[in-house]
Ligand binder design. Structure first.
Ligand code: NDP
Ligand code: MG
Ligand code: MG
Length: 338
């Protein structure tokens, strides 16, 4: 079984006296920088001047500088801007200031694994990747808990890279939840596969198909929404707390019988073959290339596909119903999207 590292396995004092730069202040950037600051470390945030993020980070009491200034000062540089912009920003504003003995850190392996960022020799390159969205990384830290994290070492120039990765993971609360060691390749490929086939792509496609089947058969869209989207959270919470058997313990036997006999007719051998195909596209770099080129072309497919879903009946019904559900918390995510 894989070794799991907890609080006592990590020495966060390794970060004492180090100048830390967190580049980016989005979902992950805000969580890493605020958690490290609250853990007592010397954090500065690197951003582009005049941006929304700049105002937010300043308001949160952080020291904010341009990416170049932050990178220049820092011993440890964590790159937490969008994966698709990291290569350009690294070449322009970070690479000129990376010195021997510094560390370059990532929250995801994409740019190192697919060769978009080539770190110089003499520099530590490692990853600390929380296995959850940044807002949860921040929230759980404040509650004295932590989101589990992965660490990986790509280049160990100082002999300290692994210990630094664990120290960082401890500083953001990760060792409270448990830290697993992986490689850049494994993290990158499994992360992309998980979000494409199961967590984001698989889940939204399943919800949409279920909703459309019911609505096309003449049922009320509101009922279809509750059945196919809203209730998913209740089931996922049970899976998260107690696994498949635990979830099945809680549902009726009728539901469990339907689950066991009908589920495999939804995810068929054809679906599994497609999953293998999707994994191959990730492993060969085909997906990475497609996404990098999509960005160079200013995202025509990304924008068109997002607009189609935004205009869907499912989203319209959902927006209206969620507005009526006073118990659904108005989090910062809800505010940003509605
Ligand atoms: P977000 O999209 O939430 O935030 C990106 C941040 O980068 C914003 O603050 C944005 O600022 C800033 N930024 C974008 N372009 C530039 C630029 N050219 N110069 C300076 N700053 C810039 O990113 P995420 O937090 O989602 O992702 C960051 C990294 O973390 C990625 O590697 C991702 O794979 C990884 N990760 C993300 C997870 C998540 O939950 N979201 C989970 C685990 C890992 P502004 O646009 O305001 O200028
Ligand atoms: Mg991901
Ligand atoms: Mg039911």
């Amino acid at each position: 079984a894989a070794k799991v590292y907890y609080e006592n396995d990590a020495d966060s004092t390794l970060l004492n006296g180090k100048k830390i730069a967190v580049i980016g202040y989005g979902s992950q950037g805000h969580a890493h920088s605020l958690n490290l600051k609250d853990s007592g470390f010397d954090v500065r945030v690197g951003l582009r001047e005049g941006s929304k993020s700049w105002a937010k980070a300043t308001e949160a009491g952080l020291s904010v500088k341009t990416v170049a200034e932050a990178a220049k000062e820092a011993d440890i540089i964590m790159i937490l801007i969008n994966d698709e912009y990291q290569g350009d920003v690294y070449r322009e504003s970070i690479a000129p200031y990376v010195e021997e003995g510094n560390a370059l850190v990532f929250g995801h392996g994409f740019n190192i694994h697919f060769g978009q960022i080539k770190a110089p020799k003499g520099v530590d390159v490692f990853m600390v990747a929380p296995k959850g969205p940044g807002h949860l990384v921040r929230r759980t830290y404040q509650e004295g808990k932590g989101v589990p994290a992965l660490i990986a070492v790509h280049q160990d120039a100082t002999g300290n890279a692994r210990a630094l990765a664990l120290a960082w993971a401890k500083g953001i609360g990760g060792t409270r939840g448990g830290v697993l060691e992986t490689t850049f390749r494994e993290e990158t490929e499994t992360d992309l596969f998980g979000e494409q086939a199961v967590l984001c792509g698989g889940a939204t496609a399943l919800v949409k198909a279920g909703f459309e089947t019911l609505v096309n058969a003449g049922y009320q869209p509101e009922i279809a929404y509750f059945e196919c989207l809203h209730e998913l959270k209740l089931i996922v919470d049970l899976l998260y707390e107690a696994g498949i058997a635990g979830m099945r313990y809680s549902i009726s036997d009728t539901a469990q019988y339907g689950d066991m006999t009908r589920g495999p007719r939804i995810v068929t051998d054809a679906t599994k073959a497609e999953m293998v195909q999707i994994l191959k596209e990730i492993q060969t770099g085909q997906f990475a290339k497609e996404w990098i080129l999509e960005n160079k072309a200013n995202r025509p497919s990304f924008n068109a596909l997002a607009a189609i879903d935004q205009e869907s009946q499912l989203e319209a019904v959902g927006k209206q119903l969620r507005g009526l559900m006073s118990w659904v918390k108005k989090t910062d995510v809800v505010e940003a999207t509605e």
